[in-house]
Design a binder for this molecule. Sequence first.
Ligand code: SOE
Length: 380
Amino acid sequence: MQKPLNIGLIGYGFMGRTHSNGYKRVNDFFPELKHRPVLKAVCGRSPEKLKAFADQWQYESTETDWRELIKRDDIDAIDIVTPNNSHAEIAIAAAEAGKMILCEKPLALNPTEGEAMVAAVEKAGVANSVWYNYRRVPAVTMAKQLIDEGRLGRIFHYRANFLQDWTISDDVPQGGAALWRLDAAAAGSGVTGDLLAHCIDTAIWLNGSISKVSGMTETFVKERVHTETGKVQPVSIDDACAFLCRFENGSLGLFESTRYARGHKALYTFEINGENASIRWDLHDLHRLEWFDHGDEGKLRGWRSIHVSDHDGEQPYMDRWWVPGLNIGYEHTFVHHVADFLKSLDTGETMHPNFRDALETQVVCDAVLKSAAEENWKVV
Ligand code: SOE
């Protein structure tokens, strides 16, 4: 019999669906786990939308005030999927109430908030995690294993892109419940916190800490209509951001994200070049890990395309799903995240990425934005 882990979800947008799906699926595919998430309550401000979400995802109850949710004795873990400007207040209150916390990325609006969040969870001693989900794409996890096994040797280069094209039209409004990602007051930043933060989280995980950055940003559309007031307002987010960096291991990094790359909806790619081998990965072909090994016999040397989907137990996560060679998708990264979170409760091991890990990403994002504003290098 598994122990129930009663979830209180705050917010119910796109990320509320990905997390709810993770909670619902996890025990079917990870039956050895000793905890079972129970969709106890969902919280949001619009009663009608809240009821529709609760009915669809089978949450047992609803709350319209997150403070009331946090007070409830029947809630073990608070999951925060609200806009970024409410993460800190909710997470700190939840930690003080002794709740475990799973928070959407980015951790906070800025490092100051992030530090207060880390202090709160560490003082309360509550389990905590941030949903940087791409770490748990099996091919990305396998890249981590190959690097940790030392197969790349010394690493020279890390490059990553996250490209979208959904804000090119100046007719796209900004702000409000649906388009808060375009409002700096709610989001903290534009593509830096929303997209580059994913690339930075993966990069730090795979290649270690970043020590120095030099960034540039641009806001291509300067004014947009606000969704709720109908008024034309200045755009205060970064529409595109690119930066150079140095890693502590001596390698050089090159990162780019934009919402103005016509033709790209969510293209996340990275490439790592080491002394002995190189690795390449592309979200749109997420099972494939491209691998070049200089140790291969000369006449056969070339890029291998490894379909990470085998069941012999050597390729991460895949033995949980279908038969060898069959695919899984984006949603499974959230199932894996929940599975690893529950496993950390079972074993007492620390879950990663946690608030402290996500703070490191937040600090890099902040340094990139400051460097872009001041047109100089920043030490992280
Ligand atoms: C934005 O469009 C977005 O949904 C991000 O908020 C997510 O974190 C990213 O995974 C996909 O794109």
